[in-house]
Design a protein around this ligand. Structure first.
Ligand code: MTE
Ligand code: MO
Length: 392
């Protein structure tokens, strides 16, 4: 059953696949708001959208071995037993900008443009508090906390595996600065079905694939998830990996977690007419890094990278990007989970210009000038170019 329960406005989305439904908004619309309106938030689905009622929902927590601590939570219990938090965080698919790698050489996967990123205010409870109440050791020096993993699996079917699943290190889940949420709400409303109703994981700063929707089971296990999406997908395979030999590389390559440094020009946009020449123009876009690292700087070039101008950055708040409610401001974090929007007014955009952007993060990371091809087409963060000759 893939009956759409949510707004899937065709004038908002570039639909990349109908069944399962995969769609991204066009860039100028994407960055009109710091918090992406829910009906514009990109949708990435590996299978049909489950239809789960709040009354029937339950979440099972298991710990491998030792007879297995096992706890089953109803939605009402999850919502009433734990403190509620709000965290502003962007989700970005590791396949964002896959089209840029596909232009270099054919890749495997949904051919996404640069719109599989969106920024929302998520509300829910902290995963670490639910784990603690489920009997999982939460002392960071406990051997389990140091090496085990939190394996999430979802309700519903999916195309590549029996069900959708993924894992993060237990250490990440337990770290109070990481803000890993079990979310019930998005932008002040219950999660829409397309985004995981009634409960999903939100792991800020980490590739979208780990933020499992329609969460059914959490298993604390000594190794990573055995899911297709952990073991075989979402890895940067070396350039010699291809359709016939890729299995040879799976074991040696890490499953992606933190995102890399990214920035994209949203206006001008190749899908729109070029702005008139000899007129000042506001170049805009988004930028974000992985692991909550702050975006320090975004530069724009109008001559394909020979000369650059700095841009003005807009962050949701200056010190702590994640803390929205006054009572939460003293919680220990300085993480930048939200995206940064940026703009610069240039005197004009010549008709033969190639508009480029590149960003730096607090760790000194910047974007590569050219695409780094890999078979699965993930983590493309090369300089973003808008060729004015390609505008409508
Ligand atoms: N969870 C389930 N159950 N099924 C999925 O297909 N897709 C993942 C993740 N969680 C997925 C999932 C991927 S690859 C991404 S990028 C994000 O959800 C997208 O979240 P969104 O659809 O809310 O934008
Ligand atoms: Mo994704």
């Amino acid at each position: 059953d893939d009956e759409p329960a949510d707004s899937r406005d065709r004038s908002v989305f570039l639909v990349r696949n109908e069944l399962p439904f995969n769609a991204e908004p066009e860039l100028p619309a994407l960055i009109q708001h710091m918090v992406t309106p829910t009906e514009r938030f990109f949708k990435r689905n590996h299978g049909p959208i489950p239809n789960i009622s709040a009354d029937e929902y339950s979440l099972t927590v298991e710990v491998a071995g030792d007879g297995g601590v096992r706890k089953v939570w109803t939605l009402a219990e999850l919502q009433s037993r734990f403190r509620h938090y709000e965290v502003m965080a962007a989700l970005q698919c590791a396949g964002n900008r896959r089209d840029g790698l596909n232009r270099v050489k054919k890749v495997k996967g949904v051919i996404w443009g640069p719109g599989t990123i969106s920024n929302a205010v998520w509300s829910g409870v902290f995963l670490r508090e639910v784990l603690a109440a489920s009997g999982v050791p939460t002392d960071p020096t406990h051997p389990m906390a140091q090496t085990w993993h939190v394996d999430f699996s979802a309700y519903g079917l999916c195309v590549e595996d029996a069900s959708y699943g993924s894992s993060i290190p237990l250490q990440t889940a337990l770290d109070p600065t990481q803000d890993v949420l079990l979310a019930f709400g998005m932008n002040g409303r219950p999660l829409p079905r397309d985004h995981g109703y009634p409960c999903r994981v939100v792991v800020p700063g980490i590739i979208g694939a780990r933020s499992v929707k329609w969460l059914q089971t959490i298993r604390i296990i000594p190794e990573e998830s055995h899911s297709f999406f952990q073991k075989r997908d979402y890895k940067i395979l070396p350039p010699e990996a291809n359709a016939t030999n890729l299995a040879d590389y799976w074991d040696g390559i890490s499953a992606l977690q933190q995102m890399n440094i990214q920035s994209v020009v949203c206006e001008p946009y190749e899908g729109r007419p070029a702005p008139p020449e000899n007129t000042p123009y506001r170049v805009t876009g988004y930028a974000i890094s992985g692991g909550g690292a702050r975006v320090d700087r975004v530069d724009v070039s109008l001559d394909n990278g020979r000369t650059w101008v700095p841009t003005t950055l807009t962050r949701p708040c200056s010190s702590s990007a994640a803390r929205l409610r006054p009572q939460d401001r003293d919680l220990p974090t300085t993480k930048h989970w939200a995206w940064t929007l940026w703009q610069v007014v240039v005197p004009q955009i010549p008709r033969d210009a190639v508009v480029v952007c590149r960003a730096w993060d607090a760790n000194g990371n910047t974007q590569p000038e050219f695409p780094v091809w890999n078979y699965r087409g993930v983590m493309n963060n090369c300089w973003f170019r808008v060729d004015m000759k390609k505008c409508l």
